[in-house]
Design a protein around this ligand. Sequence first.
Ligand code: SF4
Ligand code: SF4
Length: 441
Amino acid sequence: MKLFSNKGRLRLKGHKHLTSDVPVRELDLKKVPFVYFPLLANNAKPITPLVKEGDLVKKGTRIALREHMYVPVYSSVSGKVVANKVMFNPGLGRPCPHLVIENDFKNEEEKKALKVLKDNPTKEEIVEAIKEAGIVGLGGAGFPTWIKYNGVKDIEFILINAVECEPFLTTDYVTTITNAKELIEGALLLKRAADASKVVIAIKKDKEAAIKALNQELTNYQDIELRLVPDAYPMGWERTLVEQVFKRTYNNLPSECHVVVDNSQTAFAVYRALKEGKPITERLLTISGEPELIKDPANILVPVGTPVSVVLAEFDINQDKPLMVLNGGPMTSTALRTLEVATTAPSGGYTIVKPIKQRVDNCLRCGECTYSCPAGLQPVEIKQAFEARDYERLENLCVTKCVECGICSYVCPSGIELTDTMKRAKSLVWLRQAQQQKKEK
Ligand code: SF4
Ligand code: SF4
C-alpha cells in the first residue's frame, strides 16, 4: 500500500530489515577466477586499456583510463591480463569489449597505488588526488567526483547523502555504521576541496544504529552536523534532499545554491584513497529480494569486476521459481538480461523479484503520474510526445529533467510502464541535440 507523504514523495516499504543487521560477508577470492572491466563507459565514451595481453598486474595497478572526464581504473586482483571479452554492459545497454584479468589468487597489492596526501593539503591537491584515484559517485550515478570540485566557487555546504531511499539496498547504512570516522574524515576533505564552511550529513530518521555511530564520532569534530530527514521516496535524490535540508532550489546543479552533494560511500572512498593510498578495488553489494526467492540475503564485499553470476552463486536462491534479477533496487533499476555482467564501482546491489506480469489498461487521464513526479514533469504527455516522435514537444516538456525515479510507473493505476519511456525519450532528445550541435559546427 502506498501513502503519500506529500506531492512528489512516497512512503514505500523499505525491506531494509532483510539485510541491515545481517553480518557482512566477504566473497572468497578463490571463487573469482576472472574479473572484467568494460572498455566503453555508460555514455559510450571509450576507456583505453593501459595494459596488454600477458602483462602481470597487482591489486591497485592502474589498468585503464577513461579519457573523457579523466577516470583511471585500477585492477581489483593480482594476476595476468588475458584476451578481451565481449560482455553485456547494463550501464551502456548493450555488449562491449571488457578487459579481463585472470586472478593468480596471490592477492598481491601495489605498495604505492596512490600517493597519500600530506597534512593540510590545498584544495587543488585534494581535487588532483581525487582525480588520480578515479573516484566516481558511489550512489549509483558514477559521475567523476573531481569534476564537481574542480574550480568550484562560493560553496557554503557539502551535503553528504546517507539517505539510501531505494528499497532493499543497505550498503550506505552498513558502511556508515562500520566506518563512521572515515566517512566523516572523507567529508571534511571534500569540504576543504570546495572551500566550504560546513558539512551536513543527511540520513533518514529511522536509521538508528547509523545515527548513533555518527553521533559518537561527531563529538570530536567541528563544522559538521547531522540532519535527520523523513522516510520518504525519493528523499535521496539530490534535488529533493537539498530542498529538504536547506529549503533551497536550483535549475541544473546544486552548486547554483552553494551546495555540493556527495554520497556517503563516496566520502568514505575519498578517505581511503587520499589517506590510505587505496583506490576503489572492492565494492559492498546488497544481495536481497523477496523472501520466497532468496533465503539468505546479506551485504557482501566483492572485488570490482566480479561477474554477477559468481556473486549470486554464494546465495541460496530458489531456482525452481520464476524470478528476475534487478540491477539495483526495484524503483530505479532494470532487469538483467544475463548474469554474465561485471559488477562496477557504482553498483549498489542486486534484487531478486518475481517477474512482473502487469495488466495494462488504457490511460485514465487521472493525473496521478503528474501529481506524483518529484521533478514536476508530465509523464503521460511525454509518453504521447515520444510515441509521436514530437521532439520539440519533448524538449518543451523538459524530459531531460527526469531522474528515472520510477514513481510514475509505480503510481499508475493502469499499469502503464512510464519510466522506461521517460528513459528512452531522454536518450532521443540528447541524441538529437548532439546531432544538431554536430551540424552547427
Ligand atoms: S521517472 Fe521521471 S517522469 Fe517518472 S516520476 Fe520519476 S522523475 Fe518523474
Ligand atoms: S497515472 Fe497512468 S492512468 Fe493516470 S494519467 Fe498517468 S499514465 Fe494515465
